[in-house]
Ligand binder design. Sequence first.
Ligand code: AMP
Length: 163
Amino acid sequence: MIMIFLGPPGSGKGTQAKSLAGQLGVPHISLGDLLRDEVKRGTEIGQQAKAHMAAGHLVPDELTIELAEKRISQSDCQKGFIFDGFPRSAAQADALDKMFAEKKLTLDRADDNAAAIRTRFEVYERSTRPLIEHYSKMGKLLEIDAARSIEAIGRDLAEIGRN
Ligand code: AMP
């Protein structure tokens, strides 16, 4: 399973990427974490990246591409991996396409492309959402606020399961 998580800062993609990687048994590769490690160790890449990171700018593409390529070449990535925070620019995406072509790798979850996701939301609105009304009328609807941490949602579900 090879996946890329895209999303703005604070969208929770790091949390979800880490959790899913744990469930799938593949490495979670956060470019931010890799860069912070380089900075901490004072490597050549770390020294070059430090000021860009402190300012909230993207680190130059050639550095992140090199780090990403090295990481996915390691043996623990053979069964797949989840990229979190890479690619973050068109140049990085192009470089990743090239890496995948060279290594004969492909991204999984082809059904989750933008068009498929849109269709799935439309199908949900048309066919599935009306069931909320159906179960609500039966007095059988329990609602959960899913815009919270995985742990908080899990606690609520467990509570419902106990009752
Ligand atoms: P993050 O931990 O993902 O929020 O990343 C922290 C910082 O590392 C970002 O603000 C950027 O300066 C740098 N960074 C992380 N990933 C990338 C990337 N793919 N390309 C360039 N800079 C990155």
